[in-house]
Ligand binder design. Structure first.
Ligand SMILES: Cc1ncc(COP(=O)(O)O)c(C=O)c1O
Length: 377
């Protein structure tokens, strides 16, 4: 039973069908002049328009990428370099995904100045700190919407209001973990650029999108044949684009946030029974991600025990779960030492059932008994 939807999701059969059909029918290069190329280009542009319509938020431009990582790199490096004549100050948070955090580290090496916003014990930034960091030469702020490790929701609508009313900076948000669940949303003000990834919404791996407002100046980070307005060079995969537009539409139509919220509440009540574990960001997290810390046990022990019982969960994040050091997010929320090695993440998806949830809780109850008796370490 799969409870690791924040790491990735199973590709929806209908999305796969779109991918196969586009691959076998619209295989021509969309940049080619012949009719088959025109047809492929039409499908590509239809996918782009559909995806932008699904996203909303006033974002009318978009570039297909190889995933969330590349979209984050393009947004941050591409915007920073293209606008460095206006200033070299950037702001992000201490808890971003590595594809954002390491990109800012790289820009620091290129003589940009970066402020990293701190977070509270639930992983939330402070709007007051954001406001106090904004300077005349701030050109870009990047704040993720939902944290991939502990699920914290950042107040991106309020961030947009502060940034747009107090500065000339542009606002990027990594929405990989929120799109199709908390987004689209009816925001009064919102990010100027957002990053999406297909494989978090039952789409195909190796596919993502950077959506942005008109008239933003971005420069390419790789060079080639001028595809995607010269911002993402290389032959465009029309099947990936069509499949992403389909995955986004299906996800938005079919997601059941109320069901997620009710499972999350059930788990919150369940974990409250045990003194030796507690839920991280219980109030601030999205309804579909729940991270739990166990006292004096490693996350690996918990993940392995649950795997033996037929449940797939992960240690805090898929990308850091094979490393042994404590993740930057767990460090940023200052988790007590006796809990920091024992974090696991449970994340729900659309094919989950209440029966699976009940079975998961039963397995965790068994584990807690074994741990209490010292049988498992
Ligand atoms: C918040 C966040 N941003 C970016 C990414 C990277 O996306 P991709 O795997 O498509 O490169 C991930 C993937 O785990 C993520 O969770």
């Amino acid at each position: 039973m799969y409870f690791d939807h924040s790491a990735t999701t199973k590709t929806d059969e209908r999305v796969l069908h779109t991918f196969i059909e586009a691959s076998s029918t619209y295989y021509a290069n969309p940049a080619s002049l012949h009719e088959a190329g025109n047809q492929a280009e039409k499908l590509l542009e239809r996918a782009r328009t559909q995806l932008l319509d699904t996203i909303g938020l006033g974002l009318t431009e978009g570039i297909f990428t190889s995933g969330g990582t590349e979209a984050n790199n393009l947004a941050i490096i591409g915007f920073a370099f293209a606008n460095q004549h206006k200033g070299r100050h950037l702001i992000t948070t201490a808890v971003e995904h590595p594809s954002v955090l390491h990109t800012f580290h790289y820009l620091e090496e290129q003589d940009f100045i970066v402020d990293y916003l701190k977070v509270d014990e639930e992983g939330r930034i402070s709007l007051a700190e954001l406001e106090s960091c904004l300077r005349k030469d701030t050109i870009l702020v990047s704040v993720m919407h939902v944290n991939n490790e502990i699920g914290t929701i950042q107040p991106i609508e309020e961030c947009a209001r502060v940034i747009h009313s107090k500065s000339r900076a542009v606002f990027h948000s990594d929405c990989v973990q929120s799109f199709g669940k908390l987004l689209p949303a009816d925001f009064q003000d919102g990010p100027d650029l957002i990053t999406l990834s297909a494989h978090k919404i039952h789409g195909i791996k190796g596919s993502g999108f950077l959506a942005y407002r008109k008239n933003l100046r971005i420069q390419p980070i790789s060079f080639g044949g001028g595809q995607e307005s010269s911002l993402r060079n290389g032959t465009v995969s029309v099947p990936h684009a069509a499949a992403l537009a389909k995955a986004a539409r299906l996800q938005v139509e079919e997601v059941d946030l109320q069901q997620f919220a009710s499972w999350k509440n059930q788990l919150l009540n369940f974990f409250a029974e045990f003194d030796d574990c507690f839920v991280l960001a219980p109030h601030a997290s999205a309804p579909y991600i729940l991270s739990v810390a166990f006292r004096n046990v490693t996350g690996e022990v918990v993940v392995n025990f649950l795997q033996e019982q037929g449940f797939i969960v992960s240690t805090s994040s898929a990308c850091s779960s094979k490393k042994t050091e404590t993740s930057h997010v767990i460090q940023a929320i200052r988790l007590p030492k006796d809990f920091e090695k024992g974090v696991i993440r449970i994340s729900f998806g659309k094919n989950q059932t209440t029966d699976e949830m009940n079975q998961l809780m039963e397995a965790i109850r068994q584990l807690m008994q074994l741990l209490k008796r010292g049988v498992r370490k």
